[in-house]
Design a protein around this ligand. Sequence first.
Ligand code: TXA
Ligand code: MG
Length: 332
Amino acid sequence: MSKSPVARIYRGTPRNLTFLARCLRAGELVAVPTETVYGLAANALDARACRKIFAAKGRPTTDPLIVHAHTLVQVEAIAEINQTARRLAERFWPGPLTLVLPKRPAVPAIVSAGLPSLAVRMPSHPLLRRLLKLAGIPLAAPSANPFGYVSPTTAQHVQDGLGKKIRHILDGGPTRIGLESTIIDVRDPARLRLLRPGAITLAELERALGQKIGVANRRDPRGKVSIAQLAPGLLARHYSPRTPIVLHKKLSASGAGSRHEAWVLTSKPAGRIAPNVFWLDARGELRGAARRLFAMLRRLDDGRFKRIHVALAPGGGLADAINDRLRRAAGR
Ligand code: TXA
Ligand code: MG
C-alpha cells in the first residue's frame, strides 16, 4: 500500500513565496488565498498546467476559469479592455470583481472552455499579489474545491477537499469576504450583464457607471441567451454540502425543531439557545454572515444532521449574493 502524499500548507514567508512562484512558472498547481475564496492556481498561459486544474477538481472542461492578473498591463496582454471595463477596473481593482472581456489569442482555449471571451480579475489579497508579482504570469484559478462542493475559505478547507490531489497550499488566513467575486460581462457597453452577484453589488456597479445593468437569469428576459451560454459554470447545482439544505424566508430560534436538524439564523437569537441552533453573525451584519457562510455549511455537513435549515438574508445588495449561494446550495 502506498500512502498518498498530502498537500503541504505554506506560510507566506518570502522564501516560501519565491518557491511557490517557481512552482507556478514550472507548470505546477498551487492553491492560493484571495480576498473572496481560495483558488486553485496555474499558469494561465500554459494549457498543460491549466488542464491539471480541471483534473484535480473533477471539473468539466466546459466550465471556464477566471484569470487573476497583477497589473492592467498584464490584463491588456490577455484580454481587450474597453472604456467601461477601464472605469470599473479603476474603481474596483484590486478587488472582488471579475470582468468578462474579449479574449486574446495568448490565452489557451482550455482556460475559457473554448469561448471567445475571458473572465479576468485583479485580486487584492496581499499574499496573492506578492505571488503574482514574483511569478510574473497571470494565474488561472477557479475556487479550490472539488467540483460542485462548497468553496473553501481557509487553507484547511482546501486541504480537506483537495489535499490528496495537489501538493502546495499557500495559507493566507480565513478569507475576508467569503463569497466568490461579482462577475459582469462588459463586452458590449450598451448591454452590460451581471452574471454572478458578489460583494460588489449591482447598485455599486450601476452607480460607478451611471448606467443600468441587466441581470442574467436562468432564462434571459430576451429569451434568446441562457445563463448556460453566458456563464457556463453557473447553471449546475453548486456550492452544495451533502446534507440537504432547506431555505426559509423567516426563521426564529423558537421554530427550531428536531435535534437531528440544524437551524442557521442570520443573527444570534436572544435567550436560551438549543445546541442545534447556529447563527452567521452575532449582530446579523451581512458582511460577517457572508464571511462565515461557507465555513458554517462545511461544519454542519459532517453527518450529524439530516437537514440544514437556513434563513435567507434580509434585504438586497450583499444579501442577494448570500441568497444566490444559498439557492445553489439548496440545489434550486
Ligand atoms: O472569487 C472568485 O471569483 C474565485 C477566486 C478564486 O478568484 N474564483 C471562482 O471561480 O469563484 P469559479 O470556480 O466560480 O469559476 C469561474 C466561473 C465559471 O464557473 C463561470 O461561471 C464564470 O466564472 N466564467 C468564467 N469564464 C467565463 C466567461 N468567459 N464567460 C462567462 N462566465 C465565465
Ligand atoms: Mg467554483
